[in-house]
Design a protein around this ligand. Sequence first.
Ligand code: PLP
Length: 376
Amino acid sequence: MAPRIYLSAPDLAGTELALLRDALESNWIAPLGPHVDAFEAEMAARLQVPHAVALSSGTAALHLALQVLGIGAGDEVYVSTLTFAATANAVAYVGATPVFIDSEDASWNIDPVMFAQALDHAAAAGKLPKAVIVVDLYGQCADLEPVVEACRRHGVWVIEDAAEALGATYRGRPAGWFGDLSVLSFNGNKIITTSGGGMLLSRNPQWIERARHLATQAREPVRHYEHKSVGYNYRLSNLLAAVGRAQLGDLDRRVARRRAINVGYRQGLSDLPGWQFMPEAAFGTSTSWLTCATVHSERERDSILDGLGALGIEARPVWKPMHLQPVFAHHRALGGAVAERLFRRGLCLPSGSGLTPADQDEVIAAVRNVAGRTPK
Ligand SMILES: *Cc1c(COP(=O)(O)O)cnc(C)c1O
């Protein structure tokens, strides 16, 4: 059955059309223009990170983050194993080698103790990675302070993949504030959307100018077409930036709604035997991009997903860790058992900010019904 209730459907703010009309009427229908500039400035202000470049996707932002750091063949990049494939794919794009790091139970994000020890060992062996891509999973920040501190100690760059976490906080600061370079996504299923888009932010103006140059076909500022680097066509359209500005203006409501949905699921389902919701760590507030929980077993998880699917409710397993993906399985991984358990027993429930209370009640009733009939 085709889903009626989606995992994370796009949700309009209501002001998109006015801003889009302005973009169209001003004839700025290009991958640059006043809405792109304003979207970058507004996001930079929101994240308290001064420099930003709007891009065609979060994946493009990850790719350019690695490019501007000069990372390539022969370099290692440590990566949270429990993430969406785009995080690790970017490492492959530049020909570098990912090393996958397990999750911690407390936040489901990169294990900061394991990570710091791995850097100490790598330093002793003279084989430090160039960077880490630390993911803020399902809208919750990783335990960023010890991760950043370990990186500073060893001269390792931090790329913060905050694609799922726009609007989250860590110790009072916004997700995306912590990376030497930080990545956002505006894909259709994310906290805010431009249908497709992303952004790269940094305190370092040279990196962002370099990323902007590479994203604009690496065209040199001369009259003829001059190129000294291999460039990309990665800029965000002015039309889509107009949509992004409308969505950004609605960010706080959207996050509040996703967090309320999370509370609703906890109230409605916590008494089910074996259910454990993704914990919210004391160090911050999550966007609750998706509400996730683990159940007794993979078998029970699959039977719940099947039952919901038959009712037209879209639910999904937790990300399959990168060290278990056939395309990356030959790369090194440190630990992995925690992420693997979260994947095998974990599921994500419909969590879009446009989900109505009636829809959520229907999902809760369906889960209770299906879980009650499911063998453990
Ligand atoms: C969505 C996502 C991306 C990729 O963003 P796109 O805009 O879809 O390219 C990267 N990392 C994580 C963790 C994501 O969830």
